[in-house]
Design a protein around this ligand. Structure first.
Ligand SMILES: Cc1ncc(C[n+]2csc(CCOP(=O)(O)OP(=O)(O)O)c2C)c(N)n1
Ligand SMILES: [Mg+2]
Length: 361
């Protein structure tokens, strides 16, 4: 049940294949298709950051540098499976196939998630840390009771592992032997709190043994290793082998969100060290070295990424038509007296504002 002594790596930062007896190397078509999604993911991160600066989005937790985790999490599961993302996993949700404009609705500042979780089998992006892990285990437990062929992949950060919900979710999953894969993206920080203040365990993956499930550590910037390690955990869960805990070692290259100033708690030198480990450049070198990717291929992939960026720009630059009363309309089937009262208060304020606008020349 113990994880490997060092994180599993199948392609090193120089783009060189690393032999591994335990994990098969993904086939070339799969890697190339996932690489394309990495490039699009990076473009989504850049575009969303720009849209925040232009005031078109309220907040964006960037996953720049973590794109390999995002893409792998989305592609190792099948259509009937469920994904439970965190607020940082926008790229995973888009890679899963949810309309990108619907995905960004929440971060634009709307009151709802923008997409139908049941249609896509993707839970809403969760801001409260680790709550989604319990929901994920609940869905996996229900699927098992119903005899459905469903695996649940639940994401969380290193900081979230200190939450009580993390413990409850893992313990329940192990005791009830449910088909769930927990993926921790250890990006070394929980806002300003470094991993060293979060735990003194040998690794976060070592926590698995305390629950009685297998733990594994993987290089979170190595797309090939992530596909293989996560793929094996998903297969195991589908075959009735129960839950697993995977820790992906990666790094948050940018600020926590646009509301954060990372220069107050880490030095630029620390960030520099991770630049050569970038998930995109390593996979690009690997694919180019084998002639699986050439100039034409790169141009095509970049063009697809630009189309995605243009979709985000056009969509986010269109002002949404919002009805403030929607805040109250979908909370309960029948509004409680408090909600009726608050809705009435809001209606009054809005109509006073409208009449004030009408008399102002
Ligand atoms: C229950 C709860 N407590 C505190 C917060 C405030 N908070 C938001 S993000 C964050 C750090 C989370 O770090 P981590 O789990 O490592 O995820 P990362 O942001 O690095 O992806 C905290 C403490 C919250 N959202 N929910
Ligand atoms: Mg973190």
């Amino acid at each position: 049940m113990l994880p490997s002594a060092v994180p599993v790596q199948l392609v090193d930062p120089n783009g060189v294949k690393v032999p591994n007896d335990s994990y098969p190397f993904p086939d070339s078509d799969r890697l190339l298709s996932a690489y394309q999604k990495l490039v699009i993911g990076r473009r989504i991160n850049d575009q969303a950051n720009a849209l925040v600066r232009q005031g078109r989005m309220a907040v964006y937790p960037s996953s720049h540098g973590q794109e390999a985790c995002q893409v792998a999490a989305a592609v190792v599961i099948d259509r009937q499976d469920w994904l439970f993302p965190t607020y940082r996993d926008t790229v995973a949700v888009i890679t899963r196939g949810v309309d990108p404009l619907e995905v960004l609705t929440l971060l634009r500042g709307d009151w709802h998630s923008g997409y139908d979780p049941l249609e896509h089998k993707v839970a809403t992006q969760a801001t409260p840390l680790a709550t989604q892990l319990l929901h994920a285990v609940g869905v996996a437990h229900a699927a098992k009771l119903k005899g459905e062929d469903t695996v649940v992949l639940a994401l969380c950060g290193d900081g979230a592992t200190s939450e009580g919900d993390f413990h409850e979710a893992l313990n329940f999953a192990a005791v009830f032997h449910v088909p769930v894969v927990f993926l921790i993206q250890n990006n070394e920080y929980a806002i300003s709190v470094p991993l060293a203040s979060q735990t003194v365990a040998p690794s976060l993956a070592h926590k698995a043994i305390g629950y009685g499930m297998p733990g594994e550590r993987v290089d979170g910037n190595d797309l090939a290793a992530l596909l293989s390690v996560l793929g094996a955990a998903v297969d195991r869960a589908r075959d009735g082998g129960g839950p697993s805990l995977i820790e992906a070692h990666t790094y948050r290259m940018q600020a926590h969100t646009n509301a954060d100033d990372p220069s107050r708690y880490r030095s630029p030198d620390d960030v520099e060290k991770w630049i050569p480990k970038d998930p995109l450049s390593r996979m690009r070198i690997y694919l180019r070295g084998l002639n699986l990717l050439d100039d034409d291929g790169e141009t095509r992939i970049a063009a697809d990424a630009e189309v995605m960026a243009a979709t985000l720009r056009d969509g986010l630059n269109t002002d949404p038509v919002v009805n403030p009363e929607d805040l109250f309309n979908y909370v309960f089937t029948e509004k409680t007296s408090q909600l009726r009262e608050q809705a009435e208060l809001l209606r009054g304020e809005l109509s006073r504002e409208h009449s004030a606008e009408e008399v102002t020349p």
